[in-house]
Design a binder for this molecule. Structure first.
Ligand SMILES: C[S@@+](CC[C@H](N)C(=O)[O-])C[C@H]1O[C@@H](n2cnc3c(N)ncnc32)[C@H](O)[C@@H]1O
Length: 231
C-alpha cells in the first residue's frame, strides 16, 4: 500500500484544531458550517475543511465520541490513531496510556497492526471501552468482531460506534475522492454504510445492550453506545 506511487494518505495526522472539537458550536460556527456544508461534507478532505475554519467530518465524529470514552480504550479500525491521541491529551490517565489503537492497515507507527478484528491478542475483560468510528461497514468480519468486543470488555464496559446509513454511504463513497478506501484494496464484503436497524441488530447479536442512539451531522451520521451486561 505505502509503496504505491498513487498513495495520497487520507490521514494527514495533524489533529483537528481545538475549536473544531468544542462540544457546543457557536451560532457563527453553525452558520459557517451550514454555508460550507457542500465543501466540508463532500468536496474537501478533513484537513482542508479545517483550514477554512469549517468543522470537518472527522471532527464531527471525534467531538461526539471523545466524551463517551472511559478507562482503557481499544479503538478498532483506528486509522491514524487520532481518537486515542486526543483522548490521552484531553483525559490523561494510566488507563489512557495503555489504551490501544488497532487497524489492519499500518496507517500510523503507534498502532497495533492486526489481521482480523475477530481474534485480538488480549485476555478477557481487558478494556473499559471499545470503539469503532466509521469502520464497522469496512470490517468484513463485523459480527464476529463485536462478539470479540464482548469478550474483551469488562462487565459494564461499553462499545462506542459511529456509522452512516447505507444510502448516505453509497453517495458519499462515490464522491469522497480522498477517502482512505481509495488508497487500499477493498475487501468484497466491505459495505458503504449500515442502517440504524442493522447496527442495533449487530450490537444485540453480540450480547450487548444498546443504551444510546444519537443522530449528528444534520442527521446523516449516528452514534451508538452499547453496554456489556453486568452478569
Ligand atoms: C473510514 S476509516 C475510519 C478511520 C478512523 N476510525 C476514523 O474515524 O477516522 C475505516 C478504517 O477501517 C479500517 N479497516 C478496514 N478493514 C478493517 C478490519 N477488517 N479490521 C479493522 N479495521 C479495518 C481501515 O483501515 C480504516 O482505517
Amino acid at each position: 500500500m505505502t509503496e504505491d506511487k498513487n498513495f495520497i494518505n487520507a490521514f494527514h495526522s495533524a489533529p483537528p484544531p481545538d475549536w473544531a472539537l468544542r462540544q457546543h458550536k457557536s451560532i457563527l460556527q453553525r452558520g459557517w458550517d451550514f454555508v460550507g456544508a457542500p465543501l466540508r461534507m463532500v468536496v474537501l478532505p478533513d484537513h482542508q475543511s479545517e483550514r477554512l475554519r469549517l468543522t470537518s467530518l472527522r471532527a464531527e465524529r471525534l467531538r461526539v465520541t471523545l466524551p463517551e470514552l472511559q478507562g482503557r480504550v481499544l479503538d478498532v479500525g483506528c486509522g491514524d490513531n487520532m481518537l486515542l491521541r486526543l483522548y490521552r491529551q484531553r483525559k490523561p490517565s494510566d488507563a489512557a496510556k495503555v489504551s490501544v489503537g488497532a487497524d489492519v492497515f499500518p496507517w500510523s507507527s503507534d498502532i497495533l497492526q492486526i489481521t482480523n478484528s475477530a481474534t485480538l491478542p488480549f485476555p478477557d475483560g481487558s478494556f473499559d471501552t471499545i470503539s469503532y468510528l466509521a469502520c464497522l461497514n469496512h470490517i468484513p468480519e463485523r459480527a464476529d468482531a463485536l462478539k470479540e468486543a464482548n469478550r474483551l470488555l469488562r462487565p459494564g464496559g461499553r462499545v462506542i460506534a459511529t456509522m452512516i446509513e447505507s444510502f448516505v454511504g453509497k453517495i458519499g463513497h462515490a464522491l469522497w475522492w480522498y477517502s482512505e478506501d481509495k488508497e487500499r484494496k477493498m475487501h468484497p464484503d466491505e459495505l458503504m454504510g449500515l442502517d440504524v436497524s442493522e447496527m442495533k441488530a449487530l450490537l444485540r447479536h453480540a450480547g450487548l445492550t444498546v443504551t444510546k442512539h444519537q443522530k449528528f451531522g444534520y442527521g446523516l451520521n449516528n452514534l451508538f453506545v452499547a453496554e456489556k451486561p453486568l452478569s
